[in-house]
Design a protein around this ligand. Structure first.
Ligand SMILES: [Fe+2]
Ligand SMILES: [Fe+2]
Length: 171
């Protein structure tokens, strides 16, 4: 549901994290293949949009303002998750014997990544907050792009993810 209240960049990205965590929890207790597949698709949609807006808007804004290694790791973690997202979104459904395992491993990867972003004091968001970034303006940009991408992906399906840090693999 679209919120009309403007959020600063970090608040918006954290709210996305909570949404996805909730969906993973629902998935873990879901009964029935149809319900699980629907939740898995929703997880992929949310994560694809979230990764895209971070990579297009938030991470570039952090460039030069946060620890370079941490930022690089974030891109690599996104790419690693995209492999599973691509697999699940393309139809790794409940009749795939590895379906539950794929969703579970994706959840674990995302939990780790979210922790790196949200860690108190030294996490990516904490470092970004200390830097001289216009979080309100960034939040507005993120919200606009999020809405746009969500509508597109809902209409045309989740596109094959683009890997930013890996050249020798294809998804
Ligand atoms: Fe994030
Ligand atoms: Fe991220």
């Amino acid at each position: 549901m679209a919120s009309t209240k403007p959020q600063d960049a970090v608040a918006l990205l954290k709210a996305d994290h909570r949404t996805v965590e909730e969906l993973f929890e629902q998935f873990q207790s879901a009964k029935g293949d149809g319900r699980k597949e629907k939740l898995a698709q929703q997880i992929c949609l949310e994560l694809s949009v979230h990764a895209a807006i971070e990579e297009e808007i938030f991470y570039p804004a952090c460039e030069g303002k946060v620890e370079e290694d941490l930022l690089k790791e974030s891109y690599v973690e996104h790419d690693a998750a995209k492999v599973l997202i691509a697999e699940i979104a393309a139809g790794a459904g409940a009749d795939d014997e590895f379906f539950d395992a794929k969703v579970k491993v994706l959840q674990e990867e995302i939990e780790h990544h979210v922790e790196e972003e949200e860690k108190r004091l030294e996490g990516l968001f904490a470092q970004a907050k200390k830097a001289d970034l216009d979080m309100d303006a960034l939040g507005e940009q993120l919200a606009m792009r999020k809405q746009e991408l969500t509508e597109t992906y809902k209409a045309t399906g989740i596109p094959k993810p683009e890997l930013k840090t890996m050249e020798d693999v294809q998804v």
